[in-house]
Design a protein around this ligand. Sequence first.
Ligand code: ASP
Length: 590
Amino acid sequence: MTAIPGSLDATSMRTHLCGRIGQAEAGNAVRVCGWVAKRREHGEHLAFVDVRDHTGIVQCVIPGTVDVRSEYVIAVEGVVRPRPEGTVNPDLPTGEVEIGDCTVEILGIAEPPPFVVDDRVEVDESIRLKNRFVDLRRPRMQENLRLRAKVNASLRASMDRQGFVEVETPLLWAPTPEGAREFVVPSRLHHGSFYVLPQSPQLAKQLLMVAGFDRYFQIARCMRDEDLRADRQFEFSQLDVEASFVSQEDVLAFVSEAVLSAAEVATGERPDPIPHITWAEAIDRYGTDKPDLRFGMELVDLSAVFDGTEVKAFAAPCVKAMVIEGGADLGRSKLDKLTDRAKALGAKGLAWFRVTEGGGEGSTPGLDSPLDRFLSESERAGLLSATTAAVGDLVLVVADEYRLACTVLGQLRVDIGGRPVSEGPFRYLWVVDFPMFDGVDGDANPIAAHHPFTMPHPDDLDRLESDPASVRSQAYDLVLNGWELGSGSVRIHRGDIQSRVFAVLGISEEEAESRFGFLLGAFRFGAPPHAGFAVGIDRLVAVFAGEESIREVIAFPKTQSGSDPMTGAPKPLAAGLLAEVGLRPAPAKD
Ligand code: ASP
């Protein structure tokens, strides 16, 4: 047997990996290890066994019979040779060769697998998750998890190159202010007291800044007890970053470098530098704070065109429009559906205009719409010129409060033009200057749009108390193909500004002290200006892998209902165990 000198493939049990055997190995004695993918017998004198490992499948020819079944774990030793003419399999990377004159050693027997280990076979997800150890043998899952490892490695390497230090922060922690529901862990030593699992290392990383680690990162596990969706699990991983003596621009540059390096490793191509857009511009042009830039359909403002209009439906603070190229042939029922959707999204209605050929030759296009007869000549001309809609297009119009008009059309834009997130090309975007607050809570206090440690925009600081809704923050998001990949902000490091923000949020000094006292206390001992970010790794890898659900890039995910069919978690605990941590069993909920 000849192992390739210095090859990582060889171990004390094998010389080669199955998928790496080709013409170059012809004539060599080799030994491979793996799972039985298929077995065929040709009478008593010849058996064929396809052996699979994570690199692929190789055909082994055994003189005589062999007592192995699907998914048995075996080692096979023989000599590589070209396949006889007419038996070459062009679909298999190893299809030109086979290992001949094999002897087989059984390393582990297997019960019949719950499903065939083959990407082409559709299997119900709950069965896949119950038997995840078999599911993960499938090439697609092998590729996804190996891609994930590569992405993690390149993120780590990039942060290391940029001078960042990886620090692990605790999983048993105190509540943090991201606003999601937290998992609680009862304390055995302090009955009646609880740890929480961190929603993110937010406060820990800020403490590390006070501690002088001026460039921190971590591939951190975060836990949030929230309803699960295709893009959300209880636990997820993020590239968590924080740096001192930096501006927003520095953070954007660090994170761009890491993400673009990972993209290059994952896709083989380094994307272009990531463009920036302000939150206000994103809402204005795309009706969302996470615009998908793979397609146009930008929103157009018609407020000036319909200023002082007689058309009742357009007598609103804002009139916004969107053009659907070639959409004039949409039938009435489709248009009614769009109108229903707009109403469900909160709009009073949706107006539509089909752009048609005008009267005579060379004349301006006409409009086909129930509203057309109410339009003045200048409104008609204004609508056409502002939207630049052409014959055959459809113009959708929402007249309402500004934000609502934008977001309703923004959602219709995605409904109509959208495609799967993972479908290329990959379009990254920085959205900056988010508002400081987003809506108000039950007590009419503004709600922090990011978290309460986010620094207001310096130009807006003097309006913090008088007009909080108009205050921008130094918070920013990274968006990929309409998906929010991550967010971050410049933090407040000055006690006076932090007190003002808490006051606006309706957080009393006592409450701030009891919830975040340890952070505020640390800040009194010399806090550097600092800023940070977190990139969702599950989402990033899912996009690179072409998967719609992050469950496909997580080794052992939970189902949509938050359970793990393999381990049976979550499970009731024995009363004795509960007593040990100071809890009494409650009656089970249905
Ligand atoms: N902690 C924030 C999050 O997890 C990110 C950040 O502000 O750094 O979303």
